[in-house]
Design a binder for this molecule. Structure first.
Ligand SMILES: [Fe+2]
Ligand SMILES: [Fe+2]
Length: 176
C-alpha cells in the first residue's frame, strides 16, 4: 500500500537547499510541528520571564510567516483546486487566522508577567491546535486528492518563506 516517498534524484536537478521540503503540504506540516515544539518549550519555561519572552517572539514570528504563505499562496491554490468544496473550508481557515493573528498582535506588545500574558499564550496554543487539526485532518487530505502541483507550489512557498524570514531578520537588526 504505501507508496515510496523518496524520488529518484535526477541529475538535472540542482542540489536542494537544506531543509527544502518535498511539497507544499510537507512544508506547512513541518511549520506546524515547529510551532508545537515552541509551545511546549513555553510551558516548560514556567517562571523564567526572559526565556518566555524569547519563545513567544519566536512563536509570533513563525505564525506570522506561516499565515502569510498560506494566505498568499496555499489557500488561493487550495480554493481553486477544491472547486465548490473549497470556499467553505478556506473561508473558515481564514477566519481562524484572524483570531490567531489578533492574539499574536497582542502578544507582540506584551511582556511576561503582565495581566493575561500566560492566558493569551494558552488560548493561542488552543486556537492553533484546533486550526492545525482542521488543516491536517480535512483541508490537506482533500487538497492532496486534487491535481494541484504540490511540488511546484512547495518550491515557491519555500522561496517566499525564506524571503520573509530574511525580512524579519533585517527588521530585528534595525531595531538593534
Ligand atoms: Fe497551517
Ligand atoms: Fe492556517
Amino acid at each position: 500500500m504505501p507508496t515510496p516517498r523518496e524520488e529518484t534524484s535526477s541529475t538535472s536537478k540542482a542540489a536542494k537547499p537544506a531543509g527544502k521540503p518535498e511539497d507544499a503540504i510537507k512544508l506547512l506540516m513541518n511549520d506546524h510541528r515547529e510551532v508545537e515544539a515552541l509551545f511546549k518549550k513555553f510551558e516548560a519555561a514556567k517562571d523564567d520571564d526572559s526565556e518566555k519572552a524569547d519563545i513567544v517572539a519566536q512563536i509570533c514570528e513563525a505564525l506570522t510567516i506561516h499565515a502569510e504563505i498560506e494566505e498568499e499562496m496555499f489557500y488561493p491554490a487550495a480554493r481553486e483546486a477544491l472547486e465548490e468544496k473549497g470556499d467553505e473550508l478556506v473561508d473558515e481557515a481564514e477566519v481562524e487566522h484572524e483570531s490567531i493573528k489578533n492574539l499574536v498582535g497582542q502578544l507582540e506588545e506584551a511582556e511576561p508577567g503582565e495581566d493575561h500574558y500566560d492566558a493569551r499564550v494558552k488560548v493561542l496554543t488552543e486556537y492553533v491546535k484546533h486550526h492545525v487539526k482542521e488543516e491536517e485532518g480535512e483541508m490537506f487530505p482533500k487538497v492532496r486528492k486534487t491535481d494541484l502541483d504540490l511540488e511546484q507550489l512547495g518550491a515557491e512557498m519555500f522561496e517566499r518563506k525564506n524571503e520573509l524570514m530574511a525580512d524579519e531578520g533585517e527588521d530585528e537588526d534595525d531595531a538593534g
